[in-house]
Design a protein around this ligand. Structure first.
Ligand SMILES: [Zn+2]
Ligand SMILES: [Zn+2]
Length: 103
């Protein structure tokens, strides 16, 4: 089991390579850039309503046998949200004021 390390922001489609420090994920690995996660989505995942955390960076170098970006490559399947921007805005408006631990 390992994170999928999705290649793009599901909202704005910005590239988020495996070593990006801008990638944010929810507990289901829904992936967004920091700008969308913070400014547009206000720490509300449009898919599940959960909050975000910075995505950990998988080491490029094989420090331990079989564990590296080469051994366990990032996903290349781009993912986009199926909600409209209006639907997302309404969802965020309803949820953003509730801290993630109380949602
Ligand atoms: Zn984005
Ligand atoms: Zn989510």
């Amino acid at each position: 089991m390992a994170l999928h390390l999705r290649p793009n922001c599901e909202y704005c489609d910005k590239d988020l390579p495996a070593n990006s420090v801008e990638a944010r994920i929810c507990s289901y690995e829904c992936t967004f850039c920091a700008d969308c996660a913070e400014r547009l989505l206000k720490n509300v995942c449009p898919n599940c309503g959960g909050g975000f955390t910075p995505r950990p960076i998988r080491p490029a170098r094989e420090w331990r046998a079989g564990l590296s970006l080469t051994a366990r490559p990032a996903s290349t399947k781009r993912v986009r949200l199926s909600w409209t921007r209006e639907e997302i805005a309404a969802f965020v408006r309803d949820i953003a004021a509730i801290p993630p631990q109380d949602r």
